[in-house]
Design a protein around this ligand. Structure first.
Ligand code: KG4
Ligand code: ZN
Length: 346
């Protein structure tokens, strides 16, 4: 029964989790509010905050799990992808601990971990299952053949779904990260009020850059047209008043289009592969509109749908711990000189 301490530090959340025999005993997350005023994550500030948070976060995760350091069988950390400075803090901490305790070290891919977050609850998908992974940096449809064999069958050719939310929010003058705010306002709005275009993209791939441009023109014209027409350009005051008066409907309409772009392709992937167990993962899977529409699609088309609990959707160490558990069973360990990487697939 391996007891694993896992650390996640790829972007702007410092998180630690303890898992025993594949069961999550604790999952602590320290978020970094410092980036809010810059409208995005500032890498240098993120690394610094990780250094401040990592010791107390690990301490809390161990205490809540009721586990002493001496009882740990392996240390896991996120190796890729992410911000190099952020990844290095978690990696160095994990390596030091593994060396001090003389325990094996497990390197985990962040996107694989988002997918395997669906193996945390007792009700789990059967292999092979599909996963729509939607985060701030990625949008992928993955076939998960086994915990260690994942195959990307569709992905974004430009922005990720999370970026589509965050960039739309930025255009509306909302603070970073705007995804959760669009979700909140959308719940009070009419999604049919404004129609944003759905891109025609081949195969199982996605594109979100056209939506961003459409929103920009739509606001420049204070809602009168999706096309760029110089004579229709609203001035700053008119634009601001239009947003203020219609914010809930605009958010609901944007969210509904992002969700339909995602689910139309996901439905196509399910039909093409014949796979019936469908999961979602990543920060955008916390979106209430996506969760609801995904479940409805499953009920209508006969798919078994799996949605992680909120705390396992956005970046967290529990998903690193569960992935590390499967790697432990396969004795997939790394040496202390392993490098972190900003990019790279599973
Ligand atoms: O997976 P994640 O926590 O970090 C990355 O690995 O990127 O995803 C972060 C993304 C951000 O773009 C954030 O705006 C989005 O997930 N997000 C949401 C919601 N919660 C987080 N987007 C829409 N609705 C939400 N409720
Ligand atoms: Zn993530």
């Amino acid at each position: 029964m391996p007891v694993i301490l896992a650390i996640e530090s790829s972007c702007d959340e410092t998180s630690a989790s303890v898992c025993a025999d594949g069961k999550i005993l604790s999952n602590h997350i320290a978020s970094q509010a410092v980036h809010e005023k810059y409208g995005g994550v500032v890498p240098e500030l993120a690394s610094r905050a990780h250094m401040q948070h990592i010791v107390p976060v690990v301490d809390l995760a161990l205490k809540e799990a009721g586990i002493e350091l001496a009882a740990i069988d392996a240390i896991a950390f996120t190796r890729a992808p992410g911000l190099i400075g952020s990844l290095l803090v978690g990696a160095q901490f994990a390596k030091s601990l593994a060396a001090a305790l003389n325990k094996p070290l497990i390197a985990v891919h962040h996107m694989q971990a988002h997918v395997l977050a669906n193996l945390i609850p007792e009700r789990r998908p059967s292999f092979p299952f599909l996963c729509l992974t939607v985060s701030g940096g990625h949008t992928q449809i993955v076939v998960c053949h086994s915990p260690s064999k994942l195959e990307v069958i569709g992905e974004t050719i430009d922005d990720a779904a999370g970026e589509a939310f965050d960039k739309s929010a930025k255009i509306l003058g909302l603070p970073y990260p705007g995804g959760p705010l669009i979700d909140k306002y959308a719940q009070q709005g009419d999604a049919n009020r404004f129609k944003f275009p759905e891109p025609r993209i081949a195969d199982l791939n996605f594109s979100f850059s056209g939506l961003k441009t459409a929103i920009l023109y739509f606001l420049q014209n204070a809602g009168t047209s999706l096309l760029y027409k110089e004579e229709f350009q609203a001035n700053t005051e008119e634009r601001k008043a239009f947003i203020d008066n219609n914010l809930f409907d605009i958010c609901a309409s944007i969210q509904s289009r992002i969700v339909s772009i995602l689910l139309n392709k996901y439905d196509k992937a399910a039909r093409q592969t014949g796979i019936k167990d469908l999961c979602i993962a990543g920060g955008v899977s916390a979106n209430s509109g996506l969760r609801k529409a995904f479940k409805e699609m499953g009920d209508k088309n006969g798919y078994n749908t799996f949605i992680p609990a909120f705390e396992y959707c956005t970046d967290n160490a529990a998903m690193i711990a569960i992935t590390a558990y499967y790697k432990f069973l396969e004795k997939d360990f790394v040496s202390l000189d392993v490098d972190v990487s900003a990019r790279g697939s599973f």
